[in-house]
Design a protein around this ligand. Sequence first.
Ligand code: ADP
Ligand code: MG
Length: 630
Amino acid sequence: MDKQTLSFQAEVKQILHLVTHSLYSNKEIFLRELVSNASDACDKLRFEALDSSALYEDAPNLEVRVFFDAQAKTITVRDNGIGMSADEAVAHLGTIAKSGTREFMATLEGEQKKDANLIGQFGVGFYSGFIVADRITVESRRAGVASDQGVRWSSDGSGDFEVETIDRAARGTDVVLHLREGEEEFLSAWKLKSIVGKYSDHISLPILMVKQRWDEEKSAQVDTDEWETVNKAAALWTRPKSEVTDAQYQEFYKQLSYDSEAPLAYTHNRVEGRTEYTQLLYVPAKAPFDLWNRDKRGGVKLYVKRVFIMDDAEALMPVYLRFVKGVIDSADLPLNVSRELLQESRDVKAIREGSTKRVLSMLEALADNEDAAERDKYMKFWRDFGVVLKEGVGEDHANAERLAKLLRFASTQADEGVSLADYAGRMKEGQEAIFYITADSAVAAKSSPQLEIFRKKGIEVLLLTDRVDEWMLSHLYEFEGKSLQSVAKGGVDLGKLQDEAEKKQAEETAEALKPLIERLKAALKERAKDVRATTRLVDSPACIVVDEGDMSSHLARMLKQAGQSAPPAMPVLEVNPDHALVQRMAAAGEGDARFDDLAQILFDQALLAEGGHLEDPAAYVQRVNRLLVS
Ligand code: ADP
Ligand code: MG
């Protein structure tokens, strides 16, 4: 290929503009990004060489070298990994393959905008070189191709880049940064070593720098012609726990996740037994922007005997734990394992089960901690990730009980943080079920007429307002032998909470109300499948309930909003015999023309009170107006 000048993809131009104009803090991360790319390139070579060892050519030892030239003001990151062909250089360094660019830019426009630290998360780490360089030159040759197939790529980071074919004997890639005026601080062996130590210690291949010695005459450090390894070059998770500090675990997490906040908890174990593996798993402190996306890549990387195999090994974690970040290194899986194979492997199944249990233990340790600060951490976790964890109740039957204990709710007694165990501990003498109500919002839930009798009797009711709650409840029937019961389904059965006198009285009133009930049934036969007297209301005249086996009206509404047609389950109208309106209707004579209007209004109001929508609001308004003027 002769020398060509090509234009960056529009997104790349935007990124470059931000990189060169907005990122002021943590400039030094450019080195982490370039070393991480070099290490990825070596991982890729190792992986491709599993099938064709000829790719190693005559240099089987994979390594990264970092060096600088103080006169020329350049820093070079060199690797002998997979390398790039000219086409690959154009594609990988001129366009952005991954989605998420827009999110990245949105982040940079937010409060953290000046922090360069976030850049690698979005698959644009290479461009961070332009934070400190006003020109980057890349020379590369792909493993296994002839030396006249090398490529030189070069750009000043504005609109264009140049590419040309060159001769290059060495396999792999040199990335040369021509530093901007004012960035000379990076032209120091000490500085570069300390950055490598800070960010890249865990990289499992050796990072080499020129060894220096003290020169008496010059009273200065001078370069020797020897190279030394400046990182530990042992993958962090392979080191014994006792030799890894908390700070190192935290730093490793940051690189893995690009999360600027410290993780909430982590666990590091070597598991022995039928299948052997090492796991290092982290629970983040805050939700990523795409947590809701169930198709999002998982956060667990798979290694086999220290060889990196794949990034988003979703088979290793259940979907509801997709927020967990970390590394699993298996001693038993074959190195050429594919995604399909992973799905079927018994070893993988065992690893997934073991890892799931570890994550749940981490969460339990926070949730049940004696220390209130730890429990607060759990609540912070719950606010961000609770909705996702709820998916697990339906998805992971083996752990459903443990998950149920980790659930936290709002209730009529506390705005948040109520566990099922807390609830059970506060149940009234004679109360047999755990009561809940589902609604679109906490306000709607709290003001629902269904709660009146519970409030009067001081019985706690859980208020469930997440979209996933209805689905979760279809899998969660009971907790420690107590059934979960909707206050809006079926008749109220307060069981022993109602005394005999109350029950008797209720029966008598219901009996007396029979003629009214029959008239209401006739008037509402198109809208309600039944009408009955209830004891559940105190202040409201009526409410809507559904029969035990029917879909709740809240769920039916959600399905409708989502564009799915819900089978029309006709609700039941329950009326409060003690309410003045009901009594007035009971007293209305056979010929009273207003009765029909009152019946429809009673029903419409009950519907409105629980957050439903009227099919024909205009008719409702007309009826009310007729009554107002009569
Ligand atoms: P990411 O590393 O997340 O893919 P980068 O912006 O850091 O994003 O790098 C973009 C791409 O450029 C890489 O995916 C890789 O294909 C290519 N690349 C960068 N550096 C190297 C290198 N040293 N050797 C081979 N390919 C590289
Ligand atoms: Mg990268």
